[in-house]
Each structure stands twice: as C-alpha cells, then as structure tokens.
Write a protein that binds this ligand. Structure first.
Ligand SMILES: [Zn+2]
Length: 240
C-alpha cells in the first residue's frame, strides 16, 4: 500500500461515516414523524366517523321497528274505532269497554308518535355529525397526502447526497487492493465504524493507546506494502 492508497483508504472511511450519518438522517427525518402524526390524526377522525355511522344505523333500525309497531297500533285503533261506530254493538257494557279500548289506543298512538319524532331528531343529529366528520376526514386525508409529499421530497434530498458520497467512495476505493478493502470492511463492522486510524507520535488514533516500543520498531521496519495493525485495538494503522 502506497501513501496515496492509505490516504484513499482514510477517505473511503470518511465517506462511509458520512453515508452512515445520512442513512441515520433518512431514518429520523422530522417529516417522517410529522407524517406519522398526520396519519394518526386521520385515523382518529376515521374511527370517530365509523363509530357514528354504526350508531346511526342502530338508531335507524330502532326507528324503523318503532314505526312498524306504531303502524300496527294505528291499524288496530282504526279497526276498533270503526267497530265502535258501526252500530253492530248495542250492549252498553260492551260499548263502554270498547270505548275505553279505543281511547287507550288513541293515547298510545299519540305517545308512540312523539317517541318517533324524538328518534327522528336523534337520527338527524347523528347524520349531521357524520357529515361534519366527512369534511374533517377530507381535510385529514389532504394533510396525509401533503405529509407524504414533504417526506418524499426530504428523502430525495438525502438520497441524492448518499448517492454522491457512494460515487466518491467508489472512486477512492478503486485503487485499494481488494484484500485490504475486505479487511477494512470487516474491521469497520466490528469496530463501530472506525477501521483505519493514523499512527501519530507512537499513538493509535483509533484507540488512543500508545504502541509498545517493540511494535513501533517493527512497524518502522516493515516493508511499505505491508499493512500494519494496532496491537491494542486491531485497526489498520496509517503511518504518518
Ligand atoms: Zn489502536
């Protein structure tokens, strides 16, 4: 490895560090969190509206059942009233009993009609709420769409930077022997991102420990093309 190749290896490491930072930035973009918030807000409106729709259906079914019952009572009221005034019944006691029944049915119809009106009002109220939430849902949908747009714009900017760094890294790496690159990559995974360190004043700048006089001597006399490793941390050393 020539000095130039060592410089390139350090440069590869700088680019890799930068790429890691950019990937981290990509994962933690504020636009991503903002979009998640908007999606959550939309879900909330959606759930509210769905619950109200279920309620509306329930109220409509109850109202229908009530109206059917009312129709049956009205029928019976009409029938009994017709019988009362038909002239077919002549017995006083029988007439009185029938009159009481007709009165009872009339009052029951009237009560049931008021109930039906109340129920209708309730249905209308829930319908109005469902409609109002539709507007809220549409606006929440629009928020999600624009949030997605913001995220993809922010992602595109970071991805372009990653591409640039990757291209620059590839150029630097082209001249480095494959065996050294493989060793570098293996070390980089194991050493928390720093695989190559300068050796300055007898100290490894990767682990900041001084090398033994024996090792320094050995490194000093090692052939230029021999890759040396720090005896403390195992990183590739760049002789300066
Ligand atoms: Zn070291």
């Amino acid at each position: 490895m020539s000095d130039d190749q060592y410089q390139r290896l350090l440069s590869v490491q700088d680019h890799d560090t930068r790429i890691d930072q950019l990937r981290h930035r990509l994962d933690t973009l504020p636009e991503r969190a903002a979009l998640a918030n908007r999606q959550q807000a939309r879900q909330l409106v959606h759930d509210q509206r769905e619950a109200l729709q279920v309620r509306r259906l329930e109220l409509q079914r109850n109202l229908k059942r009530h109206e059917d019952e009312l129709a049956a009572v009205e029928d019976r009221f009409k029938r009994e009233k017709d019988r009362l005034y038909s002239g077919e019944i002549t017995g006083t006691r029988e007439l009185l009993t029938l009159q009481e029944e007709v009165d009872g049915l009339r009052s029951r119809c009237s009560d049931m009609e008021s109930d039906a009106l109340e129920q209708m009002e309730e249905v209308e109220q829930v319908e109005a709420e469902v409609d109002a939430l539709l507007a809220g849902l549409e606006s929440a949908d629009a928020d999600v769409v624009s949030g997605e747009q913001h995220l993809s714009e922010a992602e595109a900017i970071v991805r372009a930077e990653i591409d640039q760094e990757a291209a620059a890294r590839a150029t630097e790496a082209a001249d480095i022997p494959l065996s050294v690159l493989a060793s570098y990559e293996d070390l980089r995974t194991r050493m928390g991102g720093v695989a190559v360190a300068r050796l300055r004043n007898g100290t490894c700048e990767g682990c900041h420990l001084g090398l033994s006089a024996m090792q320094l001597d050995r490194i000093r006399h090692a052939p230029a093309d021999e890759v040396c490793y720090c005896e403390e941390c195992g990183r590739i050393l760049v002789r300066t």
